[in-house]
Design a protein around this ligand. Structure first.
Ligand code: 9D3
Length: 244
């Protein structure tokens, strides 16, 4: 998979290229990243990429021409069939969207907003989808773009061990159960005995029960969604009634 990222801060992307699972997958050539600085597409002496908003208001707006020229350069270089802008007014990034990118898209261009926003005419003319990563305020689109890259790359074939991804919390519709490792006793807290029992069926049942309890308490809307998707069996329903 090929990512082209239009950003004023290309150095930030070392975070995904140089570390962890995404680093290993990058070394294995399972994905590539090229950054494009809109400043390099501006000719004037000050290399201006932003200006004051028409109609007034605080802050500055990213100008359309440098962004459009950067996206055109990406496409000239053979990338960017799909163009995504990261902005707080976009549609939320979800597990379903992440998996769709990983399955469908050969190459994605990510345009990172800075300042108050991006001139809407660039969005209308050059962008397929605007995506946000949640209802909180970041300083720009870069960290959101990295969250998207990280989430998509770990879904690419060959990146994770087979079991790891299909079984993950959101794929199963529930939050993950609790985890424990050595030592068996720590600060007067024991590991739940069932996990030391070696009874695999009982362990699976306990984990399912814990996942249901945790999800019902922290994310009740996920229980409703799992139920609507037919992902809760009669035992799950009985456990939910007994624990709440
Ligand atoms: C009151 C107007 N603000 C919108 C909430 C202005 C504003 C704040 C922060 C405009 C841009 C930004 C920079 N944020 C992003 O570029 C961004 C973002 C985010 O802030 N939250 C969640 N997802 C994203 S994706 C890009």
């Amino acid at each position: 998979m090929r990512f082209d990222v239009v950003t004023l801060f290309p150095a930030m992307f070392a975070a995904v290229v140089d570390h962890g699972i995404t680093h290993r997958a990058h070394q294995q050539k399972l994905w590539s990243l090229t950054t494009w600085n809109p400043r390099d597409f501006v000719a004037d002496a000050h290399r201006t990429i932003d200006d004051r908003p028409f109609g007034g208001g605080p802050g500055m707006v990213m100008m359309a021409p440098p962004l459009a020229d950067a996206v055109a350069a990406v496409q000239q270089a053979g990338g960017g069939a799909k163009v995504i802008a990261l902005a707080p007014n976009g549609v939320p990034l979800t597990d379903a969207r992440v998996r769709r990118f990983a399955m469908e898209a050969e190459s994605v261009t990510l345009v990172c907003g800075r300042y108050e926003g991006i001139d809407q005419r660039f969005i209308d003319a050059c962008v397929d989808e605007v995506i946000s990563i949640g209802d909180f305020v970041l300083s720009g689109g870069e960290i959101a773009a990295m969250a998207l890259i990280d989430a998509v790359v770990r879904q690419l074939p060959g990146v994770l061990k087979d079991e790891s991804s299909a079984d993950e919390s959101f794929a199963a519709g529930l939050l993950d159960a609790k985890h424990y490792t050595r030592p068996e006793q720590w600060r007067d807290m024991a590991v739940p005995p069932v996990l030391l029992s070696g009874h695999h069926a009982q362990i699976a049942e306990w984990r399912r029960h814990e996942a249901l309890r945790l999800t019902a308490r922290q994310r009740p809307e996920l229980i409703d969604r799992a139920r609507a998707a037919g992902q809760l069996n009669p035992t799950d329903e009985r456990q939910l009634r007994s624990t709440i």
